[in-house]
Design a protein around this ligand. Structure first.
Ligand code: ATP
Length: 202
């Protein structure tokens, strides 16, 4: 089993930017959000079950799951939310584990925005947290996504706190500077992870 480095951070902290830096060094990524999305592609057994349970109105005209409609249906309906989680969570975990085991790079980066919230620590050997101060988080997310400050503040409030995330971290990337400065830090961590992977193999 390859060494698994978990990568997490709050909304707009720079997880994707950091993950791309490791990918450029030849490290394979497993993306929790991507796994979750792929499981409900048109034609999947999971999507069929969701439609059977909630109805055809959860499908967009192109046959894709209407995520906003699904979110609205389970929002403030705990029983429906439980039903959905019981369907999807085991499937997501199994597929994530399959991809992690299939990775061929010296170590694998497991990118999961809600790694701590969803208690996925048992999947990883080490946790890397991308950290920026909250005002910068708000600013960068607004710049990228638009929307209102209140909307983004609400998402931030629903995520684990910056302090809790930092307390759980084995390594931290401070992403408050220019993106160019990230590459040196990524290269440094890459060397460290290669060493750890080597120690494990021997
Ligand atoms: P989310 O969880 O919302 O998907 P994320 O953690 O993956 O976000 P990114 O998408 O990598 O974050 O970064 C958020 C935004 O900030 C992007 O528009 C990105 O280009 C920009 N960004 C990332 N790092 C920096 C940086 N060091 N300086 C300036 N802008 C940055």
């Amino acid at each position: 089993k390859p060494l698994v480095i978990g990568l997490t951070g709050g909304i707009g902290s720079g997880k994707t930017t950091v993950a791309n830096g490791f990918a450029a060094l030849g490290i394979e990524l497993v993306d929790a959000d991507q796994v979750a999305r792929a499981l409900v592609e048109p034609g999947s057994a999971a999507l069929q079950q969701i439609v059977a349970h909630f109805g055809e109105e959860l499908l967009q005209t192109d046959g894709q799951l209407d995520r906003a409609a699904l979110r609205a249906r389970v929002f403030s309906h705990p029983a429906e939310k439980d039903w959905l989680n019981q369907l999807l969570h085991p499937l997501i975990r199994t597929e994530m584990q399959r991809q992690l085991l299939a990775a061929r790079s010296p170590y694998v980066l497991f990118v999961a925005p809600l790694l701590l919230e969803n208690k996925l620590q048992d999947r990883i050997d080490r946790l890397l947290v991308v950290d920026i101060p909250q005002p910068l988080q708000l600013q960068r997310t607004l710049q990228r996504d638009g929307g209102s400050e209140q909307q983004i503040a609400a998402i931030m409030a629903a995520q684990i706190s910056r302090e809790q995330r930092l307390a759980a971290a084995d390594d931290i990337i401070d992403n408050s500077a220019e993106p160019e400065q990230l590459s040196a830090r990524i290269a440094q961590l890459h060397q460290k992870y290669l060493q750890l992977a080597n120690q494990r193999a021997n």
